[in-house]
Design a protein around this ligand. Sequence first.
Ligand code: ARG
Length: 377
Amino acid sequence: MQDRKKTVTNSWNGWDPLKHVIVGRADGTMVQAPELAIEQDWPDYGFPRGKYGHYPKEMEEKANEQLDNFAKILESRGIRVDRPTPIDFSQTVKTPDWNQESMFGCMPPRDIIFILGNQILESTGSYRSRWFEYLCYRPLLEQYFEEDPNMRWEAAPKPRLADLTYKKNFWKEWRTLRKEEQMERAKNRDWVLTEVEPVFAPADIARFGKDLIVQPSTVTNMAGVDWLRRHFSEHRVHVMNFKETLPVHIDATWVPLRPGLVLYNVGRPFVPAQAKLFEVNDWEIVECATPAHEVSAPLSFCSIWLAMNVLSLDPKTICVEAQETAQMEQLNKLGFEVIPVPFWDVSPFGGGLHCATADVYREGSCEDYLPKQVKDF
Ligand code: ARG
């Protein structure tokens, strides 16, 4: 067992041997009060648009059971697991610019915490309900800072998230658009965020050592990409978008599995010119398997593609949601030892196995896996 005092902050990609990870918690998660960034609408499950409140207690308990079990599985493999400290998410939060009637939760650390090398970067994202979510990770970050003299603790500029950060009446208008019109808008990256300030979600970044792939999305704007590019100036930041009307986070869309192998979402085709970087470096781009479910779980704002939201423990071992048999089989054939992890009940709380984690320490260093670069990309 690793000495608890010896935190090492070091993580450059999504596949190197995992030694230390944060796993989220479902406690007290809210269907958040409507806000300019997002409005939930689940009339069949007691939350029509405008209504907000705690997720049902039984759901929360089931999710926590699966999260605890996942933590145990990781620990049984010698991985240190830390958990966030939930706060009261039902409270109203407020800045000089706005009032938000509820917070959200702290299940998906991947949405808030970005780790690259020895740097842990807090990011706020674009939801007012998640503005203070970083506080749930503060006890851990304080501890890491104390234990690891090399840990570099950073925070992206807190976005103001005033009304000007969002396009006026975006959702109201969006709902009236036909699918083709929505597609057209998506092609132009015309989503809810304006460009008045940098906003990004860590889960929109896929890490490949020297190269970072960022997906501008409904929660990451181009100013956010620009900020990342300047901040991680030693890295090469590339932008990819996929055929999808409302992208949120890249980790169920373009998923690195090991050097030379990336999994892509068959339901969200990539732009061939943007995949060139991988092709010229002889990476294999494999299409994900068919998800086990045809619809998402009740009160889930994620898609069925969480099937490919996998967590690599090392280049040969990978955790996959236990019901996703086709995905498990495919990865098996690709040479992985697959660890099935029951996680369906966690999905309403913000995602799958990758979303639910933030990898603090993976052995290895910053390598160049894509040495042949493509011009203007
Ligand atoms: N937008 C993705 C989907 O529904 C979910 C990915 C969620 N990722 C996360 N880190 N919370 O397919």
